[in-house]
Design a binder for this molecule. Sequence first.
Ligand SMILES: [Zn+2]
Length: 508
Amino acid sequence: MLYRLAATLLLAAPAFAQTPVTEAARAYREAHEAAILAETMDFLRLPNVAANRDDILANARHIIGLMEARGIDGRILEAGDASPAVYGELNVPGATRTLMLYTHYDGQPVEPENWTSDPFDPVVRAGRLEDGAAILDDPLAGDIDPDWRIYARSASDDKSPFIAMLRAIDALRAAGLGPNVNIRFFLEGEEEAGSPHLRALLEAHRDLLEADLWLIADGPIDTRGDPRVLLGVRGVTSMQLTVHGASRVLHSGHYGNVAPNPAARLALLIASMRDETGRVLIDGFYDDALPISNVARSYLEAGAFDEASLLAEPGIARTEWGPGALYGEAVMVPALNVLGLDAGATGPATRNAIPDRATAAIGFRVVPGMSLDWLRARVRAHVENQGYVVLDRVPTDEERLQHPMIAELHWSPAGYEAASTEAGHPLIGHLVSIVDTASERPVRVVPLLGGSLPLAPISEVTGTPFAIVPIVNPDNSQHAPNENLRIGHLWDGIELYAAILADDWEGD
Ligand SMILES: [Zn+2]
């Protein structure tokens, strides 16, 4: 029921208010719908899994062609064995501000057998696949319904936002309304592979990347159908923590109260790290965590997130943090998440035995200000302070006889630092006002997303503030089979980016 309700609401795209700029962008789009879709589908026809270098290069060349057709100076940026990034430059006489427009052109790997149509042969359906909408034979021949959808890998994540940006420039030029800022493009070719070389690429080409603000087009708009501006992401890392007991599983009658019980000790160790509201008890854990600013709090209170459905849909009575804090507040503080527990056996497999070990997988989400290295050191010190000798391997027999409490700790090599732009930054206020003026629906400003993306290199290397301004439909199945784009969202995206690029960004 809730799902159905949500699905209906998703169809409501942001209605863009009629300003001279959005009106011009709309008129331009109405006159060029078939050409815009053809351009989008041509781009989607190029396979773009990051691991296939030839495919990635073909995409990069295609992007440069799209840029050059508009007089944008495009070139490939390389760094070591990174998938190339594509850079573009458009200088506007008289403009004093520069916007860096970021998208990524690689896509998630595909399993074609799980797709209803070929992921790299885009089709247009007369609506949602889930609703049984059929493939249209010749969708570009006549009137195009905004509820139609393009099905292909990267239809939403993240190729169509680039087309929306280009067409926004076309529309402004056609109407003589802009663009009125200098524009740079940075298109990444291995974002879906975790951006392993983003830092190297940014460092190698730092001189090209000077801008006042990075605008990142990735991810969907708000599930309520409202436009949104996202200002940051939490960082993430995880560890495997094992408490060791005796050298083998022992009879619980002969050894209960004699052998250390690793399962019970692990439970105590976890309880020493985190209370029932999620507050982390590790000494110094919050020292560097940036507090929630007043501006950020006002965005949360204005409905940054669809609080009610985020809790009701998965059956959550109240947020753990607080308890009862806003969803948005709970994801703006660091979190210690117990991801999994493993010790002994339960159910029919239960034995009257004391396990020899117990392991917890524990994840951390960190907020801006915190560093992962520092966090790892604090966590290790905490385990030691609980009386454990901390090893990075299974203890030897001698070590077991020597130390009554032994823990083994392994950090995942993967992880991202947190990154955000201060909600009170004047350019953010300016951006929000542009989106607000262009839209009839409320702008949802999200100071920090609970999830993690590799954005830290952008702010760390360039020192430039960033904001994520998405355009695509939330039910786009990104990263999954049957990824799709609702065409009306592309139309609205052109209007939104036109409004952003028509502004001279001087006033605030
Ligand atoms: Zn993406």
